[in-house]
Ligand binder design. Sequence first.
Ligand SMILES: Cc1ncc(COP(=O)(O)O)c(C=O)c1O
Length: 396
Amino acid sequence: MDKYSTAVDLARDITPSSPVFCLRPHAATAAARWFVEHFPGKSFYAVKANPSPWLIEALVEGGIRHFDVASIAEVRLIRDVFPDGTLAFMHPVKAPEAITEAYFEHGVRIFSLDSERELEKIMKSTGYAGDLTLCVRMAVSSALSKISLASKFGVNEEVDGELLQKTRQVAERLGVCFHVGSQSMSPTAYAAAMQRTQRAIVKAGVVVDVLDVGGGFPSAYPGMEAPALQTYVNEIATRFEQYLVAENCELWCEPGRALSAESASLIVRVESRKDGVLYINDGTYGALFDAGTLNWTYPMECLTDGRSAKLAAFEFYGPTCDDHDHMKGPYYLPEDIEEGDHIEIGMLGAYGSAMRTGFNGFGAYQEIEVADAPMLTMYGAELPHAANDMTGEMTQ
Ligand SMILES: Cc1ncc(COP(=O)(O)O)c(C=O)c1O
């Protein structure tokens, strides 16, 4: 695989006509090392954020050995790329065939659930196995996060005691898990969720072997400056020490975004300009799904030489014929940006390449490794080389 020193060199050399992912495995390895060294428990990488094998390998190099998988395809993928990994099947609603294959063919022993029906399904699909770690997913608030994960899954406070007791009776190890929502902007979210799970455990009178605080750890995006990751870890560690659980309870987390966001950026080409609107060759049906559907913000810069230092606000349309293929921004780029220019969009290692589709015949990307630093980072000194200092609140 070709490797360039910087994304600028890459764009200059190949002037790409289709979108190019700039891969930075070194950034993923650094993020993995940080979690391994700073999180006082086990870190399961949430594969859904980016299932690329090069990324999994980079995380393994940084010390990640545990993986949160949500589908049988993710189970098979990790077994293929890193056969020794420990897998936790943390989707609370699973197909029985997927449970059976995961348990009998891939050695998966950790499953989550948020209903009695799912508990029965897991038991039946594993032949009433006696060696399961079963994690009951609690409903917790997503109020402090940019993306809510509060509605779809999680057992409510009124009924959680009974489910915890029933699960305790059949599980070798009982876990409790939650997700505070993605891109959590405050460590307080974890503290509140831990208090809520503690109430449930006390009410049910069960011994818990695992507390899994889920994902949600933030990455750096313009206008979304979250506290340092260390403050999240400190808050979780402090609360965990005060937790009323058995002494040998394990602490787990499931970061997706925080481990992968910095590991890739995307170079797109401007295909046309109409005043403040740029038509680019990727969009809502591609790696910019969150930009289109959530108005997510990303750092970006124009890679074409000689453009003005004066910035203007732009909105984007992607390549398909669909009106939804619209990213309203505003994105700040040189005021004289033109058709044929290239733009690098940073922080697309999480929920970027994982979201691409082939709609309208688009969806072909090159992937090329680069050695430069990510545009923004949560790990060490801030390295902003993005011209775009975009601010503004997200609309969800
Ligand atoms: C069960 C579970 N764990 C972990 C994650 C990863 O979350 P994040 O990328 O916000 O860290 C998700 C994301 O949807 C999830 O559903």
